[in-house]
Ligand binder design. Structure first.
Ligand SMILES: Cc1cc2nc3c(=O)[nH]c(=O)nc-3n(C[C@H](O)[C@H](O)[C@H](O)COP(=O)(O)OP(=O)(O)OC[C@H]3O[C@@H](n4cnc5c(N)ncnc54)[C@H](O)[C@@H]3O)c2cc1C
Length: 406
């Protein structure tokens, strides 16, 4: 008899939230994570002297209801931390010139003459079947989109968001109810990774890090997985919570149709490089982030909303295809320091989905193939890439397959 009711592959927030929910329902859950830590893109980089900064996701909101269920249930609501005044300051870097802005002043960066020429017709045009680019360039003009809006929107998914669907699955814009008992936007003492770590300690959940899954197969009425340390582990239910291109590789041998639908979702590699400086060495005014126009990186996210008396932390998210020397060189240039000034340097590579028009149809096909089975697929390539989209998808998959859906 299998010693686990559910095996979950991948220990990012998607896998952890599914595992956590199943464990809450009294299931014996095994989660296998390839890297040495849980959290995936919830990656709070910690230094030897107790400082931390976000190398991946950085902000959560009181509209993240499913995520907040975990925060409360896993006992870390007390670690919620309000973002300080730097949260409402941002930088725009245009060909060597820095402008420090608050949200109303961002609007002043627009060419309002150009906007006035486009707004009347743009407002009348239908939102259906639009991409981010087609909608906003129609509303405000191409110049405004290219100079201001496009770079700010690219900072969200660390890639040009021009082709993302404006609405529906894959969209960056979601309206969700807000939980009034939490502040509007927040982080956590110790960083977002504390939520992942708390979820991983759920009763009934066994987490093995440093164990990759190399193959998945049907076994009787259930499934088996083959691990990087040579084990074959069987369970009646299986969840894949890995980036879509990894899921394609794992599914292709035995779940070919699912794999081929999944393979039609584009992905973009994000190379992140984070550094810590002594506070006295940092020239940049305190701000939440810096967005460049037409640069090697899409954004530089700071830890300034959670100020520290001795350190400043900066995470740069780069476009793919650059060498390490090019990335580091650009970081040092922007921060106006030398490598010897850095107290800490960390790097990570991940991939994020690049949904396009028609994404909703791909998701519908995937769900059609999954229906009635006990294989679960979750991740940031369904409804959207925010943490809340991931957790909501995981909870929905567990509702479909778990005791409530049986
Ligand atoms: C730079 C950046 C900033 C972001 N900022 C925000 C933000 O502020 N707010 C927000 O809501 N969202 C943000 N996001 C988006 C959000 O963080 C991600 O979409 C989400 O965390 C993805 O979670 P996931 O579990 O689906 O995937 P991942 O976090 O990628 O986790 C997948 C896990 O699977 C593991 N894995 C891969 N292959 C295998 C294998 N074969 N066997 C076992 N394990 C495997 C990986 O090691 C990884 O831990 C950001 C993303 C990035 C990259």
């Amino acid at each position: 008899m299998a010693s686990h009711d559910v095996v979950v592959v991948g220990g990012g927030i998607s896998g952890l939230s599914l595992a956590w929910k199943a464990a809450q329902d009294g299931q014996r859950v095994l989660l296998l994570e390839r890297s040495g830590r849980v959290g995936g893109s919830l990656h709070s980089e910690r230094t030897a002297d107790g400082y931390w900064f976000e190398l991946g996701a950085h902000t959560t909101y009181n509209s993240y209801g499913a995520f907040l269920d975990i925060v409360v249930g896993a006992g870390v609501a007390g670690q919620v931390r309000e973002r300080g005044p730097a949260r409402s300051r941002m930088g725009l870097l245009t060909h060597g010139e820095y402008r420090w802005l608050t949200p109303p002043r961002v609007l002043l960066q627009l060419n309002w003459l150009e906007a006035a020429r486009h707004l009347p017709l743009g407002l009348l045009s239908s939102k259906d079947g639009q991409t981010i680019y087609s909608r906003f360039s129609r509303l405000l003009g191409r110049g405004n989109y290219d100079r201001v809006l496009g770079p700010f929107l690219a900072a969200v998914p660390s890639q040009r968001a021009d082709g993302f669907p404006l609405s529906g699955p894959g969209s960056l814009f979601k309206k969700r109810p807000r939980r009034k008992d939490f502040i509007r936007s927040f982080g956590f003492d110790g960083g977002l990774q504390v939520v992942a770590e708390a979820a991983s300690r759920a009763t009934g959940l066994t987490v093995e890090t440093g164990v990759g899954v190399e193959a998945v197969a049907r076994q009787g009425a259930g499934f088996s997985v083959t691990t990087s340390d040579g084990r074959t582990i069987a369970a009646p239910a299986l969840a894949l919570a890995v980036p879509s291109e990894v899921a394609v590789t794992l599914l292709r041998p035995q779940f070919g149709e699912l794999a081929s639908h999944l393979a039609s979702i584009g992905t973009a590699v994000v190379d992140s490089l984070g550094v810590v400086l002594p506070r006295a060495k940092a020239w940049m005014p305190e701000c939440a982030f810096l967005v460049p126009v037409d640069d090697l990186f899409f954004s530089c996210v700071t830890r300034d909303p959670f100020p520290d008396s001795g350190h400043r932390g900066f995470a740069f998210h780069f476009r793919p295809g650059l060498t390490r020397a090019e990335r580091l060189g650009r970081v040092l240039e922007v921060l106006r320091v030398t490598e010897a000034d850095l107290l800490h340097l960390a790097e990570r590579r991940c991939s994020l989905p690049s949904p396009a028009l028609g994404h909703g149809a791909i998701v519908a096909e995937l769900d059609h193939h999954l229906a009635g089975g006990r294989l679960m697929l979750t991740g940031n390539y369904f409804d959207g890439l925010s943490i809340e989209d991931c957790v909501a998808r995981s909870f929905a998959e567990w509702r479909r397959v778990g005791p409530a859906g049986a």
